[in-house]
Design a binder for this molecule. Sequence first.
Ligand SMILES: [Zn+2]
Length: 312
Amino acid sequence: MAFSSDLDSFNLWYHPLYTDGIHEEARFPRERYQMLLKRLEDSEQCQNIKLRLPESISRETLLLAHDSDYVDGFLSGTLSEKEMRRIGLTPWTPKMIERTLRLTGGAVEATIHAVNNGGVTGNMAGGTHHAHRDYGSGYCVFNDLAISALYAIENLSVNRVAILDLDVHQGDGTATILSDEERTRTISVHCATNFPFRKSVSDFDLSVEPLAGDEDYLKIVRDSLEICLDFEPDLVLYQAGVDGLETDDLGKLSVSREGMMKRNRYVFEIMLENRISTVVFMGGGYSKPIEHTLDAFYDLFTDAAEWNKRWK
Ligand SMILES: [Zn+2]
């Protein structure tokens, strides 16, 4: 099968550097991007997906959410050992720089497309919610959610942006970067006992008990959607991490593949009903074997394509 050439299809940003820009000896499961692309390519659903290649983000756009010392340190490859270890995508490779710029560029391009055309768009990486204003952490260099939200407000005349973060880990970096920004609402649903152990304060934090299972988890997800709609956002940035799966190596929830699909459908359905443009950020997923993570991401992006079709 071939990916769609129709711009009305679900626009999904992807670059080969999403995998190749991480050192092959890194602990991070870098192959997931390449493997997921192959799965999408081999499925009938690819007719509903238009694949887009991201440009690199500009330094100026990064500065919407980050300090210049940190941005310049990263761009010139002069971060300290300690700063790199905190990011965790080690061993370091110079390709990480272009990877990060393309990845963050993909997030912003997906945001622009969603604002201008409505519907659902996505980036097949990112959701880098642990990146703070002046340091990176937990596999996250720059915070694509905060950058995209501020870009939409500053450059696209968007009034209110909600960041709906359903990854099993708290969106701590997003919460601190946007803490004084009244035009955004940060909502994080996460497992109480997961990384980061020192939590930040989001506008709304909904914590889930470890091993909660589908029913309890989905109830809290529905609560988070109410909170999201109450804000009357013009745009929703959806961090759709699947590390809440029962097979995940880092998450501590026990959500099934079906539960994860239900979660995503709740989000897509309610955003369509209210005609709120939505950008999907991939987020975490560390199942062993990796196939379970791929299944859940495959469901996520094919469902996003399906719901995008219903918008038109
Ligand atoms: Zn996560």
